[in-house]
Design a protein around this ligand. Structure first.
Ligand SMILES: Nc1ncnc2c1ncn2[C@@H]1O[C@H](COP(=O)(O)OP(=O)(O)OP(=O)(O)O)[C@@H](O)[C@H]1O
Ligand SMILES: [Mg+2]
Length: 432
């Protein structure tokens, strides 16, 4: 029997659970260049909370590998799966195709002992304002996504609009939110906020209009309602939830809108999971099982846009909290980025597993080196340089075993839309 390489588990878990609760992400690559061949299967723990950094140059297989991890979670045995949910923040609009089988790689999949298969447990949420447009273009979206205006803080708005807490606009927003809250409680609309600002006689007109214009623009984001999508709806046991926020590509403030959404979700998920942890512990003690939101894997593509190394976004605080303190409430993070060097250093330093596809920029390789310097005797650069030229080859750094592996990520059994955006327009493909 071929020995399995298990990463991300400490020895206690390894002894107790073996390969239970792991994801088959690929195979170990042995040998260099032409000589390279695939050997032992590589299994990555998904049963405990992790922070995983998934990086690599453009087109090297990052988003694809993110999809592999989601697929693996979806095919865990049901007794494990019922305790896990996955939320994929899809910034590029590429994960909707996971519902369809990867027929075009049927031959390749066969070699890996796999068959093309659509992900039945995937659910796609799209901002409400774009829901019909998606449907009309033939994409099988499931639910509209909304945010309740009352859940956002003054600071969320200020950061999202690119103001600061101490400039005139920031001060006005803070004052307006406070007032609207006093009058309406937590249920109010953007128009209510605009109404309060219009009625403010102490602030200069110029400032008022600048702020009102931003709030009017926010209305067109198609996402705000008095009632927001509930967190439990996004975190269903055993379900891969894809939140497609790619539509904002068209607007100039695209990253700030997405950051606001991600920041709010990060905050809500953290609170929900803290609550759930208490209930779970209580159930353990008393033996009374109660329903809670499951542990969650948050997968974020282009993560450096949300938690950048320099400056901050509306998502920075909540995501860093989840990254630094998410172990206890059971929150795992998969951070995907082209540029590890551009990612916040706290996110880098918390990563306990790193999957890096080909990288060539010195600064990015340095960033990896700086995380794993304590045990990295071997040279990361050399490992990266020796990777086979195949798509999906990567190095895998495991903080638990303090080891480094060269791997080939397995082919996807569900359809990956990343490489070919044109298929979005081909309705015929969607019907296959
Ligand atoms: N493990 C793999 N096995 C087979 N093909 C792969 C694998 N990984 C990636 N590919 C191929 O490479 C293409 C590019 O991969 P992917 O979309 O994941 O790139 P990326 O690193 O996310 O790029 P970008 O930075 O532009 O987002 C895929 O469309 C697929 O055809
Ligand atoms: Mg990608």
């Amino acid at each position: 029997m071929v020995e399995k390489i298990i990463v991300g588990k400490d020895w206690k878990d390894l002894r107790k659970f073996g390969d239970k609760g792991t994801a088959f992400i690929g195979k170990h690559v042995v040998g260099k260049g032409e000589e390279a061949h695939l050997t032992n299967p590589v299994l990555m723990d998904v049963s405990r909370p992790h922070v995983i950094l998934l990086c690599g140059k453009r087109g090297t297989g990052k988003s694809y590998s993110g999809g592999v991890i989601a697929e693996e979670i979806s095919r865990l045995p049901s007794d494990i799966k019922k305790n896990i949910s996955v939320l994929m923040v899809d910034t590029m609009g590429i994960y909707w195709s996971m519902k369809m089988p990867n027929e075009k790689d049927a031959e390749l999949l066969k070699k890996w002992g796999l068959k093309p298969q659509g992900l039945k447990s995937a659910r796609i949420f799209v901002p409400k304002g774009y829901f019909d447009e998606y449907k009309q273009s033939g994409i099988d979206v499931d639910f509209p996504f909304t945010i309740s205006v009352g859940e956002l803080t003054a600071e969320d708005w200020i950061v999202t609009f690119g103001f600061s807490m101490i400039d005139d606009q920031g001060i006005l927003i803070e004052k307006a939110i406070e007032k609207v809250r006093k009058e309406k409680g937590n249920t109010y609309s953007i128009d209510d906020i605009i109404g309060v600002i219009e009625g403010d006689d102490e602030t200069e007109k110029r400032v008022k209009y600048a702020v009102i214009n931003r709030f009017r623009a926010a209305k067109s984001w198609g996402i705000f309602e008095k009632e927001g999508t509930r967190t439990e709806e996004l975190l269903s046991p055993g379900v891969i939830t894809i939140l497609d926020v790619s539509h904002y590509m068209r607007v100039s403030e695209s990253w700030s809108i997405r950051s606001m959404v991600v920041g709010l979700l990060g905050r809500k998920i953290f609170t929900e999971r803290l609550k759930a942890r208490k209930i779970e512990e209580y159930s353990q003690i008393t033996g009374q099982a109660k329903k809670t939101v499951p542990m969650v894997w948050i997968m974020i593509d282009e993560a450096h846009q949300f938690i950048p190394n320099k400056g901050f976004t509306a998502a920075t605080g909540p995501l860093l909290t989840a990254i630094k303190e998410g172990r206890e409430p059971g929150i795992s993070m998969l951070l995907i980025t082209q540029r590890p060097d551009k990612l916040h250093e706290d996110a880098l330093s918390q990563a306990d597993l790193i999957i890096s596809h080909r990288l060539t920029s010195r600064a990015d390789i340095e960033a990896l080196r700086s995380i794993m310097q304590t045990y990295m005797l071997e040279d990361i650069q050399e490992y990266l340089a020796n990777l086979p030229k195949t798509k999906g080859s990567a190095i895998l750094l495991d903080d638990n075993s303090e080891r480094i592996y060269q791997i080939q990520v397995r082919p996807r059994f569900s359809w990956h839309a990343g490489g070919s955006p044109i298929i979005i327009k081909k309705k015929s493909l969607l019907k296959e």
